[in-house]
Ligand binder design. Structure first.
Ligand code: NDP
Length: 492
């Protein structure tokens, strides 16, 4: 079993505190590695190293910074099989998705490495003669990246890759449930030649390590992905320091099936959207809204196809659904299933923890389907597990009303062959992402990612917007008239 320290100033060192925690395989309960329960002092050391490394790193030409990011992507490509298996072992998603997590990181790092040759500003004419106007992007400084467990390689890469190419130095805190994937990632950055101190890594709880990252004034911006309550806490603490905090939070994503949809395709989509990653994606489909004319047939096909899903060892390529991440997550999901039953939703499939054999060692929950009325808690609150609420809608307007009547707004999907309706849905759905005839999951890294309402606070990761949260814009005026020219002041 591996024993890790914290990574400060290019070295793996001991934490200032001797207590450790274990990371475990959610399928087997096997202990994979131990990590320090980091302290505020550890974070301060990480910040000091990041501050020291900043002047040189920010002056390193951005294309050169991009080359190191690209090297990380290349190393990751070479090690994709092993890293993918590690994601599956530590997080529990099935092996194709474990490798997919790594592929998403590769895609993003390759994309963002090229940003080193753009980091675009703008030029505009001046209102005065012999004067030139432009904007340039500058790094913010030392930034904090705090990440969840469900995409233990991809989400850290989205943040760290963009922060580094923009010239910032980083203090990184991963989820306590997936620190091993994070540590392997840090090792890749080291191997790729990242100068010491540019990326620093401290494990430990959100309450100690996370809070110090948020509250230490030397960290100039926060990039956070996690749950809504944690996000509110991060945002309000950061606000007291007027510190920008980019938040990517939860979802309650709907898939709509209209009467003219290709039903087989729509059911295939919802199976992947709802039960892929055991429902533990921020973009997971947790509500299936079906127009009443095709409700019965859609439900029948959904139940048939769900019965055929294989739940088990996520390393087995035949498995469709693996375990949920932890005992706490299992309890939370089972509690929501009970809430659904208690509030009168009709349990159509699943609903139980699986027992016997391999199941006894891990946290396996049956893919669960409820027939629900819109307004029940299971149709409004994020569950983050393999639980789908099916809701009947009268028509398009009703479906959109239901889809929008939640506090979240991340992803959405509509299956229809009617191009007019598809375009209306693009306008009408109050979310950051809409798929037409595809499930709610499957973002591509060269497009912006994020949501509206309680899903975030307005920013977008990935795509051309990826660097926005990690750059300051400086406006520059160059006057070559050789006389004092005054904007807005009338000539005498
Ligand atoms: P949490 O909010 O519990 O934790 C996320 C990270 O923040 C962890 O590293 C955690 O540390 C840390 N943390 C928790 N509280 C604080 C705090 N007050 N201050 C600073 N850091 C803190 O989320 P989960 O890890 O459980 O992840 C699941 C959530 O993430 C879901 O709600 C999901 O929807 C959301 N998510 C959103 C995505 C998006 O892009 N919109 C993408 C993926 C997930 P630790 O747990 O180690 O103590």
């Amino acid at each position: 079993m591996e024993q890790y320290g914290i990574y400060i100033d290019g070295k793996w060192i001991k934490s200032t505190h001797s207590e450790t925690f274990e990371t475990k395989n959610p399928t087997t309960g096997e202990i994979l590695a131990t990590f320090p329960k980091g302290t505020k002092e550890d974070v301060r050391m990480a910040i000091e190293a990041a501050e020291k490394a900043l002047p040189k790193w920010r002056r390193t030409p951005a294309p050169k910074r991009g080359e190191i990011i690209l090297r990380v992507a290349q190393l990751m490509r070479e090690r994709k099989e092993g890293l993918g298996a590690l994601v599956t072992k530590e997080m529990g998603k099935v092996i194709v998705e474990g490798k997919g997590d790594v592929q998403e990181a590769i895609d993003f790092l390759e994309y963002i490495a090229g940003e080193g040759r753009r980091l675009l500003g703008e030029t505009t004419p001046s209102e005065l003669p012999n004067k030139f106007c432009m904007t340039v992007r500058q790094p913010i400084g030392v930034v904090g990246c705090i990440t969840p467990w469900n995409f233990p390689i991809a989400i850290p890469c989205w943040k760290i890759g963009a922060a580094l190419v923009a010239g910032n130095t980083v203090v990184f805190k991963p989820s306590g449930l997936t620190p091993l994937c994070a540590a392997k990632l840090v090792e890749l950055f080291e191997e790729a030649g990242l100068p010491q101190g540019v990326l620093n890594f401290v494990t430990g709880s959100g309450a100690v390590v996370g809070q110090e990252i948020v509250e230490n004034p030397k960290i100039r911006a926060i990039s956070f992905t996690g749950g809504v309550q944690s996000g509110i806490d991060v945002y309000s603490r950061a606000a007291k320091l007027l510190k920008p905090a980019h938040l990517e939070l939860g979802g309650k994503n709907p898939q709509i099936i209209m009467e003219d949809a290709n039903i087989e395709l729509a059911i295939e989509g919802v199976l992947f959207g709802a039960f892929g990653t055991a429902g533990q994606r921020c973009t997971a489909t947790s509500r299936l809204i079906v127009q009443r004319d095709v409700y019965d047939i859609a439900l029948e096909r959904l139940l048939e196809r769900t019965q055929a899903l294989k739940i088990g060892d996520p390393l087995d390529p035949e498995t469709h659904v693996g375990p949920v991440i932890s005992e706490d997550q299992e309890k939370k999901v089972l509690n929501y299933i009970q809430i659904g039953i208690d509030e009168g939703a009709k349990l159509l499939h699943g609903g139980k923890k699986l027992r016997g054999g391999l199941y006894d060692k891990g946290f396996f929950i049956e893919p669960t389907i409820f027939e629900a009325e819109h307004g029940m808690r299971i149709t409004k609150e994020e569950i983050f597990g393999p639980v789908l609420a099916v809701i009947k809608a009268n028509d398009y307007e009703d479906a959109v009303r239901i889809a929008n009547d939640v506090d979240y707004g991340l992803s959405s999907s509509i299956y229809t062959k009617d191009v007019v309706r598809a375009f209306r849905a693009i306008e009408d759905l109050e979310v950051g992402i809409t798929y037409i005839n595809a499930p709610t999951i499957g973002a591509e890294v060269h497009l912006p990612f994020g949501g509206v309402k309680n899903t975030g606070n307005g920013g977008r990761e990935a795509g051309t917007t990826a660097i926005d949260e990690f750059t300051e814009i400086k406006t520059v005026f160059i006057d070559y008239s050789n006389r004092l020219q005054k904007a807005q002041i009338d000539e005498q």
